[in-house]
Design a protein around this ligand. Structure first.
Ligand code: NAD
Ligand code: IPM
Ligand code: MN
Length: 350
């Protein structure tokens, strides 16, 4: 198995090494035979070479089974095209999975009393290939347009993915389609395609307009299990969902295509804190945990989860969670916990 490692820009360079240290531990201890393939892409590379990502980089990524990715700075300059969007498109990573599942103990740490962790367990399934991210744009001085593309094919594809997830052992067989069909008539195609697909798979399906869903997911998160939505709505709702997690630095994600899987924290390169060594590495580490789950390494995923929860319990956390520990100190603590729990045969029952 080949795993590309993209640190990217800003705090991507700080959080990914902490996740890689855990990957190295398991890979070396259990002889997994994972070949790590470092790939340098991003804004830093653009500044240095004039190109943020090359065709060769894409070829290398296509030769890998999985990719662990930090974050990339996307500047607001028409000549700069998002590297992340190019990778998603070229590898056809059409399903972006963003779980909203709080780490056990986080509400206690943050003194959140009006909410129960057990009430929050939803997965946002974001259509990742079209919508307002179609790339079809006409940019002018007086008028600029971006075409929002909804196709039946992509809608059915993402609905099938979300329905299969909802029907899975740990879910409640419930799917909510989030859309804006009252205004965007194109969303009727998305809504109808999702409903039909879910029904054909025996999944209980309902729908919500995106504006009230944004309110509802914070007010009554217990109502939601798996949520499927279009590209930009999924982007925005997943950052909003991180409020329920306690920090944007705790939100992991996975992007799946038919051939590859790509794991990344939901957050960006955070230029405001980059270089200070205080970024929360947990979103990156939990993204690695999602990679372990995808690999069928359930026990290792469980060990990582427990180790992250132990850091929360012992208050070994970065400033976003009210702590004073550095990225590296938190990463080192989680790795040492992983080793300790592994040696003590934890998670065997899972
Ligand atoms: P951001 O997620 O980088 O940061 C938003 C806020 O959250 C900042 O105050 C930041 O300090 C904080 N934050 C983010 N991650 C954190 C962490 N792990 N620990 C502690 N605090 C954390 O969003 P932004 O500021 O809007 O974007 C910055 C750059 O990142 C932009 O160029 C944007 O295009 C890019 N971006 C990239 C990705 C990606 O590559 N996946 C995702 C989002 C944004
Ligand atoms: C994300 C990011 C990206 C997106 C940007 C950086 C292109 O915000 O992964 O959530 O909009 O999808
Ligand atoms: Mn985003």
């Amino acid at each position: 198995m080949r795993t590309a490692i993209i640190e990217g820009d800003g705090i991507g360079k700080e959080v990914i090494p902490e996740a890689v240290a855990i990957l190295d531990y398991f890979n070396e201890t259990y002889d997994w035979g994972i070949e790590k393939v470092p790939v340098e892409v991003g804004f830093g590379k653009w500044e240095r070479t004039g190109s943020a990502i090359t065709d060769e980089d894409i070829a290398v990524l296509k030769s890998c089974n999985s990719i662990l990715f930090g974050a990339i700075t996307t500047v607001i300059d028409p000549s700069y095209k998002s590297v992340l969007l190019r990778i998603r498109k070229e590898l056809d990573l059409y399903a972006n999975i963003r779980p909203i599942l709080p780490i056990p103990g986080i509400y206690k740490l943050l003194k959140i009393k009006d909410r129960k962790e057990s009430d929050v367990n939803m997965i946002i399934v974001r259509e990742n290939s079209e919508g307002l991210y179609s790339g079809i744009e006409e940019i002018g001085d007086e008028k600029s347009t971006t075409t929002r593309v909804i196709t039946k094919k992509a809608s059915v594809r993402i609905a099938a993915f979300a329905s299969n997830l909802a029907a899975g052992a740990e879910r409640k067989n419930s799917l909510t389609v989030v859309h804006k069909s009252n205004v965007l008539k194109s969303d009727k195609l998305f809504l109808d395609s999702c409903k039909q697909t879910a029904e054909s798979k025996g999944v209980n399906v309902s729908d919500k307009l995106v504006d009230i869903f944004a309110y509802d997911m914070i007010m009554t998160p217990e109502k939601y299990d798996v949520v499927v939505t279009t590209n930009l709505f999924g982007d925005i709702l997943s950052d909003l969902g991180a409020v329920l997690l306690g920090s944007i630095g705790l939100a992991p994600s996975a992007n799946f295509g038919d051939n590859q899987a790509f794991f990344e924290p939901v957050h960006g390169s955070a230029p405001d804190i980059a270089g200070k060594g205080i970024a929360n590495p947990m979103a990156a580490i939990l993204s690695l945990k999602m990679m372990f789950e995808w690999m069928g390494k359930k026990r290792e995923a469980c060990l990582v989860n427990r180790a992250v929860s132990a850091a929360i319990h012992d208050k070994i956390v970065t400033p976003d969670l009210g702590g004073k520990y550095s990225t590296k100190e938190v990463g080192d603590f989680i790795l040492s916990k992983v080793r300790q729990l592994d040696a003590a045969s934890f998670c065997l029952e899972d």
